[in-house]
Design a protein around this ligand. Structure first.
Ligand code: SF4
Ligand code: SF4
Length: 297
């Protein structure tokens, strides 16, 4: 990857940080260690700009015993992810400071459920779509998304001078990132797809943006949504599958991304009820007729 490419992705990096212009692969080695004994302990948590991913929110709201919307209202700040106002969320800071709301005297107050960006630091990760291989093009398949890594080197972070080298894979394992990446991968793919489709595709409708917001950040509402009549009218979800989804939040989140891909990009991975479209149209017309005032005699 060229230096310019890495500079261009700086806005995707959840920390306001200088990015080393070197692409790292899973087996690349780098020197880094972070522990309570470093002189800069907690310095990074005192000046944050953390973009939250859907699975971060599921873990943190579960830990807090709150619903997704309660947690989001209390601990996040909304921001537009692109020119079409795709909704994004940043971690909130303490009043009058740029310090993470979860930072305590003894370190991170939510350590075992800390967000993906905190786990990655001082690495960054992004998905890129490489050019399709000839066999993929022939089969009509979309090019695969590759994850690439890079180093974020800030002058205050002394972890880079600690005498420990390890590979990116080892670091991801140590930080519990495999589960986080598995859970967020499909969502990242949605963002990438949206971006790579370019401005010609146009702004998603207000309804699509609402659905994106719910599927990304409000799993408790999505749970209610898939048990509602509107969903049942359109989608043919077998009862056993529905019960399994309602019993397992992680699976529910992955299902929400499948649903989102269908809504945003027309990827038909969820079965539709026969005549679902006609039934919805009839209902819409009936509603419109009801709302139309009787003509004056
Ligand atoms: S969540 Fe924890 S690790 Fe992440 S910035 Fe806040 S205090 Fe630091
Ligand atoms: S070594 Fe780096 S990541 Fe660790 S506490 Fe210090 S600034 Fe933060």
């Amino acid at each position: 990857m060229a230096l310019d490419d890495l500079k261009n992705i700086k806005h995707e990096i959840p920390w306001q940080s200088p990015v080393e212009p070197v692409e790292l692969r899973a087996d690349s080695e780098f020197q880094f260690n972070c522990h309570k004994g470093v002189s800069c302990f907690n310095a990074c948590c005192k000046n944050i700009d953390i973009t939250l991913l859907p699975y971060d929110i599921v873990r943190l709201k579960r830990r807090a015993g709150l619903t997704s919307s309660q947690w989001v209202n209390r601990y996040t700040l909304p921001y537009p992810m692109d020119a079409h106002d795709m909704p994004g969320l940043k971690m909130a800071t303490k009043p009058g400071a740029n310090e993470c709301v979860f930072l305590t005297e003894s370190g991170c107050g939510v350590y075992t459920d800390r967000p993906s960006a905190c786990r990655y630091y001082a690495l960054g990760c992004m998905g890129v779509r490489r050019a399709a291989r000839a066999e993929e093009t022939a089969a009509g398949a979309a090019p695969a998304v590759e994850e690439i890594y890079f180093m974020v080197k800030e002058s205050h972070c002394k972890g880079h001078y600690e005498p420990r080298s390890l590979t990116v894979s080892q670091y991801r394992q140590e930080q519990g990132l495999e589960k986080y990446d598995d859970m967020n991968r499909e969502w990242r793919d949605i963002i990438l797809k949206k971006r790579s489709s370019g401005p010609t595709v146009g702004k998603p409708s207000a309804r699509s943006l609402q659905l994106f917001d719910m599927c990304s950040y409000d799993l408790d509402n999505f749970r209610k949504f898939i048990t509602g009549d509107g969903f049942a009218e359109v989608f043919d979800l077998p009862p056993a599958e529905r019960r399994a989804l309602l019993a397992d939040e992680d699976q529910l989140l992955l299902f929400a991304f499948r649903f989102l891909k269908q809504v945003l990009f027309g990827e038909l991975s969820l079965a539709l009820k026969p005549n679902a479209r006609a039934a919805r149209l009839a209902k819409k017309l009936a509603r419109a007729a009801k709302d139309t005032p009787e003509p004056m005699a």
